[in-house]
Ligand binder design. Structure first.
Ligand code: SF4
Length: 229
């Protein structure tokens, strides 16, 4: 499992995949990465410290992900991240948080005292597909409401049941409301959510221009950020 990498395109940054406590929601239908969650705090702190020791600060930007939200990282790991931020002169952090933490984002901002780009898993702005099929438990009314809290939306494309119209609308809303976004092409995993190959072929052709959009990261594979397995 790779846990440290560098993203050298678009917003250049280092990225670490740390271990956290179980995702507080943990029921998204398409998700099996909570397998990386742990309850062994001591072990997590040690592993995370080792991973963080690779950070050089060369881009001044660090993205920290875990299989859940940054609020599920051990307190000592947050302190270790803050130490790395200070020692390596990091100017901006990228963190992820689920909608349920939307009213706590300022706690992190106050703790780190540097700008944080908060990403959140939107998956789709189609409320029925997101809530009733994907069980995302992120019941914001619309993109504008999600953007009141978060800077960056993560979308998922190419799931059986999604339509071209849904994807067109999702990308349009992402660009209209968010300064940054991530679009992940769905990869089959151990869940019953499945890839739609035809829809993905259409997306790759229709939205090939996104690879030149400096504010949208497109992940064709789960591991395109260089972390994970
Ligand atoms: S919030 Fe994230 S980690 Fe938690 S179940 Fe959903 S996709 Fe998985």
């Amino acid at each position: 499992m790779e846990r440290y990498s560098k993203i050298t395109e678009k917003t250049k940054r280092e990225i670490v995949l740390l271990k956290g406590f179980p995702c507080a929601w943990g029921k998204c239908r398409f998700c099996d990465y909570t397998d990386d969650n742990s309850r062994n705090e001591k072990e997590m702190i040690q592993l995370n410290r080792e991973v963080l020791s690779h950070v050089t600060g060369e881009f001044g930007v660090l993205e920290v992900i875990n299989s859940g939200s940054c609020f599920e990282l051990p307190k000592e790991t947050l302190e270790d991240i803050r130490r790395v931020v200070q020692e390596k002169n990091i100017k901006r952090l990228f963190f992820e948080a689920h909608w349920i933490y939307r009213n706590r984002l300022n706690e992190m901002r106050a703790f780190f005292r540097i700008p944080i780009t908060f990403k959140t898993g939107v998956e789709t702005f189609d409320n029925a597909f997101r809530e009733e099929y994907l069980y995302k438990h992120a019941p914001f009314r619309d993109a504008a409401e999600a953007a009141k809290y978060f800077d960056s939306a993560c979308l998922m494309v190419g799931i059986k049941g999604q339509t071209k119209e849904m994807i067109k609308r999702d990308i349009a809303l992402l660009k209209e409301h968010f300064q940054h976004g991530t679009v992940s092409v769905f990869t089959d995993n151990t869940t019953d959510v499945k890839r739609d190959e035809e829809l993905i072929r259409w997306f790759l052709q229709e939205y090939s221009y996104l690879k030149d959009d400096p504010n949208v990261d497109v992940l064709y594979e789960n591991t395109d950020f260089g972390v994970g397995d």
